[in-house]
Ligand binder design. Sequence first.
Ligand code: APR
Length: 317
Amino acid sequence: MITKIGIIGGGNIGGVIVQEIARRRLSRSIGLVDVKPPDVARGKCLDIAEGIPIINADITIEGSKSYEVIRDAQIVINTAGVPRTVRADGSIPTREELLAINLQITDMVADNILNYCPKAIVISVANPLDAIVFRLFQRLNIPKNRLIGMAGVLDSARYRYFVAEAAGVSVESVNAMVLGGHGDTMVPVRSCCQIAGIPVEEFLPADVLDRIEERVRNAGAEVVGLMGTGSAFVSPAWSAIEMIETIVFDKKKILPCCVLLESEYGVNGYFVGVPVVLGANGVERIIEIRLTDTEKQAFDRSVETVKKTAEDVKCVR
Ligand code: APR
C-alpha cells in the first residue's frame, strides 16, 4: 500500500495530478512542492483539500514551497520545468530548446529527492523528456527500475485517439504504441496498432495512417499553437496517473515508458521509450518487440536524437 506520493512542480500538470490522485484515492497522503511565490503549492492544495469532503476522499493533501513536504514519499512525480509556449514571433520551440533552463531546475529536483525521499520510485514528466530523465539518472544514481520517464503513454494515447476517430470506433478498442524519443522523431509503431486485435491496416488505408502518424509526432506542438500559452497538461497528467495507478496496484501493465536500456534494442546507456512491465517495483521487465525494417530504421534514428541530447546534458556540469 502506498501511503505517500510526492509531486514536484504544482503548475498545470502537477495540479491535475494532485486532483486525480485524490479523486482516485491512490495514496493516504500527497505532498506537493513548488517554488513559485507567494506559495502556489500551498494554495492549490488548500483548494483541493477543501473540496475532498465533497468527493469523500479522506486523504491528507499538503503543499509547500519547501521540499520538506515530499519527505518519505514512496512515489515522486517530477513536473518541475518550463513548458513550451508560442514565441512572440509566432514560432513554437522544440522540446530540446527547453533543455538549458530545465536542466538547472532538474538539478535542484534531484538534490531534493536524494535529501527527502531517496528510496522513491521517480516518474519524470518535464521536457525535453529523455534528456531530463538522463540528467536525473546522473544525479540520483538510483537503480534503473526506479527511474521512469512519462512520454510513451501520452504519445500512444494520442495515436489511439486519432485512429479511433478516423476508424469510427471506440478508443477502448484501439491498441497502439509509440516508441523512441519524445520528440519529432518518435515512432508510432504501425505493426503494433490494432483495433479489437485486428491489424489497423484492415480499417484504414496507408495514406490515412501516414497522416495520423505525422499528427502524432506533432501533437504536442498542435496543442501549444492552439493554446497560445503553455502546453498540453490534462492528457500528460492522466498519462502519469496511468503509470502511478499501475505501480500502486502492482498491475504489471505493459506501457511504453522511457527507461534505461542496457543492450536492449541494441542501445546501451541511454533512456529511450520502449514497452515495459510496470508494477510495485517500478520497471519490472523490458519487452523487446519485433519491429519491421522501416520501424527499426525510424527507431534507430530516434535513438540517435536521444543520444545527441544526452551528450549535450553530459557537457553541462
Ligand atoms: N522546484 C519546484 N517547482 C518548480 C521549480 C523547482 N526548482 N522550478 C519551477 N517549478 C515549477 C513552476 O513554478 C511551475 O509552477 O514547475 C511548475 C511548472 O508548471 P507549468 O509552468 O504550468 O508547466 P506544466 O504545463 O505543468 O509542464 C511542466 O512538463 O510536459 C512538461 O514541457 C512541460 O517541462 C514542462 C513540464
